[in-house]
Design a protein around this ligand. Structure first.
Ligand code: PAF
Length: 279
């Protein structure tokens, strides 16, 4: 495995391996969820490039850019064991040099859910992902479905900007007790780790009611919210039942309905989601 830190060197490598590259974009602090993306990349392409870059433009002023967990040495070991060929870990100064002033914005989809709570977040995500696509020129890029809205926004961007690559979404990976894997879980203490289970439990409560025949979104939402409201350390940012394509609100749920939620546990904001008819 090689580690490339410079944009120019990455572009050179990309020219030499054109048409062979699967890209796994990450912000590092790798876990089993990332491992599943690496395995899929390995299966689909001759060359696997993993980018590791904690992208400053997708964090708001009061968000956790500084406390976002980082451990590049450990990430290198994990990536190498998973068969990654190249880690691309650029500096912020190389990605956003002095005089930088270009941003890519998807409208509509980004005004909902996390976009409503984190203004500017998706503008930063689409900007950096578009830059990574330009630099690495992959034939496909792989993202986790835990960031369901992010995946939808990136798919939209790729279509709207005629980006010539396949976007692949991979299922959420969970701990055995249901907690969705996230780099931010590392910031939970032991008590908060237990409290964080309210996200997957609220999904289970909604699914149980849905499977028992409840289709009213208002009733399903009450059931799911009750689980989180019972958990003293947790505070709901949003809990929404949405059309999985448009992300717009619904009154009646069906098998294709997306349940997406964001919950603060202490200072850590966690997200989770499910499609009611899956899982
Ligand atoms: O999901 C992430 O880790 C990030 O949002 C991404 C896609 C790597 C862009 O910085």
């Amino acid at each position: 495995m090689i580690v490339i830190n410079s944009v120019a060197q990455m572009q050179q490598y990309a020219r030499e391996h054109h048409g062979q590259i699967a890209l796994v974009p990450t912000m590092g602090y790798l876990h089993e969820g990332h491992a599943s993306l690496m395995v899929e990349a390995r299966r689909r392409a001759a060359v696997v490039v993993m980018s590791i870059f904690v992208n400053p433009t997708q964090f708001g002023v009061n968000e956790d850019l500084d406390s976002y967990p980082r451990d590049l040495e450990r990430d290198k070991r994990v990536a190498s064991e998973a068969g990654v060929d190249v880690i691309f870990a650029p500096t912020a100064a190389d990605m956003y040099p002095a005089g930088y002033q270009s941003y890519l914005n998807v409208e509509g989809l980004t005004t909902e859910l996390c976009g409503a709570s984190r203004p500017g977040h998706f503008r930063g995500v689409t900007t950096v992902v578009a830059k990574l696509f330009n630099i690495v020129a992959p034939k496909l890029a792989i993202f986790g479905k835990k960031d369901f809205q992010q995946l939808a926004v990136i798919r939209r961007m790729a279509i709207d900007f005629n980006m010539d690559l396949e976007i692949v979404g991979m299922p959420i990976v969970r701990e055995s007790d249901g907690l969705a894997l996230s780099s931010r879980n590392a910031r939970l203490d032991a008590t908060q780790r237990k409290q964080a289970l309210c996200l997957s439990r609220s999904i289970a409560a909604a699914r149980e009611a849905f499977n028992a025949g409840e289709q009213s979104v208002a009733a399903l939402r009450d059931k799911a919210l009750a689980v989180i409201e019972k958990e003293s350390g947790a505070e709901v940012d949003y809990l929404e039942f949405r059309d999985q394509d448009t992300l717009l609100p619904l009154e009646k749920a069906d098998q294709r309905t997306l349940l997406a939620l964001a919950v603060r546990v202490g200072s850590v904001r966690l997200i989770d989601n499910t499609i009611l008819g899956e899982g």
